[in-house]
Design a protein around this ligand. Structure first.
Ligand SMILES: [Zn+2]
Ligand SMILES: [Zn+2]
Ligand SMILES: [Zn+2]
Length: 143
């Protein structure tokens, strides 16, 4: 999602971009393609605004995820990671390396056939979440 699209979404939701919120959004843009925890967002946001606190970071990330500006995915138990949403209708899939924790993305929507089947049965599919676990090419060499 680009800055223009984000601006539109914020306006649609009458969400005012305060300095703190803008700093958090900038961190997300700076780290496009990465999956950041709230603590990591706080770490980078503090470089821009030293007084920013974790509560503001949590609240803003949740709000932005609710507006579908960010994706949030739980990779570790009880802990969400956030990324700027791409403009696709459905969330992309992830593969997580069990050795180094690296998270790679799978761009294709692997679930199209299944979605079609479900829709034929009368369901309306809004989104999905699919994670694969294994070893990345680097770690595979070591095991
Ligand atoms: Zn899909
Ligand atoms: Zn690895
Ligand atoms: Zn991702």
């Amino acid at each position: 999602m680009n800055r223009k699209k984000v601006k539109e979404k914020l306006q649609q939701n009458s969400y005012r971009l305060t300095n703190q919120r803008a700093a958090i959004l900038e961190v997300m843009f700076d780290n496009k393609g990465k999956h950041l925890s709230a603590e990591e967002v706080l770490y980078y946001a503090k470089r821009k605004l030293p007084n920013i606190g974790i509560a503001t970071v949590y609240r803003t990330l949740e709000k932005l995820a609710g507006m579908e500006i960010l994706y949030k995915t739980m990779f570790e138990e009880g802990k969400y990671r956030y990324e700027i949403s791409d403009d696709k209708e459905h969330q992309h899939h992830h593969i997580i390396c069990l050795s180094c924790g690296r998270i790679a993305e799978i761009e294709e929507d692997l679930l199209c056939n299944l979605e079609e089947q479900l829709e034929n049965r009368g369901f309306e599919v809004l989104d999905h979440e699919l994670k694969f676990y294994g070893y990345c090419p680097e770690c595979k060499k070591k095991v």
